[in-house]
Design a protein around this ligand. Structure first.
Ligand code: FAD
Length: 427
């Protein structure tokens, strides 16, 4: 997007087109104005428009320009945080409510895809969290125990079953989560946009919000050439936030993450590597992820930015890693490469902010935004519609708080990933 082949890589090549969403060039009025065209904003727009609300969505660049068009496409249930740690961090009421919402998030994603006929390569065969060594297996055993006591459909797989499903002997075992799956992330965002437009929402791309205020008792947001006055503002700008709510971005530490896609694999390789197309990631601190797309491309990713010296280092390391994990692949060339910024919060849990009366938004999904963004967008719509009271929201409203040494931590993540991959970690 914006003439940068490393911004959305494969996803931009294979996603169906978005709906027309002309630049805002006039002053208009609406019931709700949504800022940001990712999963959170689009899901809110869809659910509000379906309820007959007059909605305008303003996106600075293009639909899916932020994390929504760049991610791995793993539709996860839950966060990195262990299930039992949710109530410890948020108290028993919010903790279990949030866990329940996140655990069921993938089902909402599936439901919307099916209901609106979104062509986004949905795979429903679950994800495999892969154990690196006995330490990784121990972590997964504990994760399995904590989810299973809540009735979640997760199963711990041993080394042999993991090998059968993935086509590698690299892992000591894995945790299969049947709620989860994979999709083509940009195609999903564009599909949500089509559904929202069909329901009556009006979308504008190339329309960055640069200012916000109040006039005649209504909220007003301004773009370069237009403005919207509305009763409510939804802020759905997350890690790519610019303009009046840049504070959302400043609350997070950005973790760069890249993906590389091979050309479609031949039939024999597709029979041996992920024949059932589960989405995978491992238990390492500097993790790796891999999955197939519908055409049989293997998509491999890890922490790092594909810029400067990082490009060559991360690509060389990825080739070495793929050879070790899947010796049957032989040498690989990559057909597409891209990267983005994952917004991490200090406790690895999302945030709900009120920036003023009737100005609200969720953010901070810590690399787990497909299902949460979709669920939170719907929830914001239901809250505005009066169907969910403030007391029933899954998070308390908190003030955005900038973490100490943010810039230093971000530089450390980017340089640290280069160092680790240059030094050539085993996987
Ligand atoms: C490389 C990478 C890998 C990831 N992998 C996964 C994964 O496998 N599974 C998963 O669930 N999640 C993953 N994530 C996280 C996920 O992509 C995000 O959490 C999700 O996209 C957040 O959705 P959102 O709608 O809140 O924000 P975004 O998708 O980031 O959308 C925000 C939008 O707001 C727009 N915007 C910002 N400021 C303004 C303004 N002033 N005016 C108008 N518009 C504005 C931006 O241009 C952007 O399009 C990954 C993220 C990255 C970057």
């Amino acid at each position: 997007m914006l003439n940068d082949p490393r911004s959305h890589g494969l996803w931009e090549k294979t996603a169906p087109p978005p709906p027309p969403a002309p630049r805002l060039e006039e002053g208009v009025s609406a019931d709700v104005v949504i800022v940001g065209g990712g999963y959170t904003g689009l899901s809110a727009a869809l659910h509000l428009a379906q309820a007959g609300v007059d909605v305008r969505l303003l996106e600075a660049a293009e639909i899916g320009f932020g994390g929504a068009g760049r991610n791995v496409g793993l539709i996860n249930a839950g966060m990195w945080v262990m299930p039992d740690d949710f109530p410890k961090e948020l108290g028993p009421v919010y903790g279990e409510k949030l866990l329940d919402l996140l655990g069921n998030g993938p089902y909402l994603v599936r439901e919307l895809i099916e209901k609106h006929g979104i062509a986004c390569e949905l795979e429903k065969n679950g994800t495999l969290h892969c154990a690196v060594g006995p330490g990784g297996m121990k972590e997964l055993e504990e994760r399995a125990r904590q989810w299973q006591k809540r009735g979640a459909p997760v199963t711990l797989l041993d080394r042999a079953e993991t090998e059968r499903r993935i086509g590698t002997r690299a892992y000591a075992g894995s945790l299969l989560d049947m709620r989860a799956g994979t999709l083509q992330p940009l195609a999903y965002a564009r599909g949500l946009a089509h559904a929202a437009v069909k329901a009556g929402a009006k979308l504008h791309t190339g329309s960055a919000v640069t200012g916000a205020g109040e006039a005649n008792g209504r909220k007003v947001v301004k773009t370069a050439e237009g403005e919207v006055s509305a009763d409510w503002i939804i802020v759905a700008t997350d890690a790519y936030s610019t303009g009046p709510w840049e504070t959302v971005r400043r609350e997070q530490v950005h973790l760069p993450y890249f993906n590389l896609a091979t050309a479609p694999l031949g039939d024999n390789l597709r029979r041996s590597i992920l024949p059932s197309r589960e989405g995978c990631w491992d238990t390492r601190e500097i993790l790796s992820s891999f999955r197939m797309d519908q055409a049989g491309r293997l998509i491999f990713g890890s922490v790092g930015a594909l810029r400067g010296t990082g490009t060559a280092i991360h690509k060389a390391w990825s080739r070495r890693s793929l050879r070790r994990i899947f010796p049957q692949l032989g040498g690989v060339e990559f057909e597409a490469e891209w990267y983005g910024k994952i917004g991490m919060t200090d406790n690895a849990l999302p945030r709900l902010h009120r920036f003023g009366r009737k100005v609200i938004g969720f953010s901070g999904y810590n690399g787990r935004g497909i299902a949460p963004g979709t669920s939170f967008g719907k929830l914001l719509a239901r809250h505005i519609l009066g169907h969910v009271a403030e007391a029933d929201l899954p998070l308390p409203f908190t003030e955005p708080k900038e973490p100490g040494l943010r810039a230093l931590k971000e530089a450390y993540y980017e340089a640290g990933a280069q160092f680790a991959h240059f030094a050539g970690e085993r996987f």
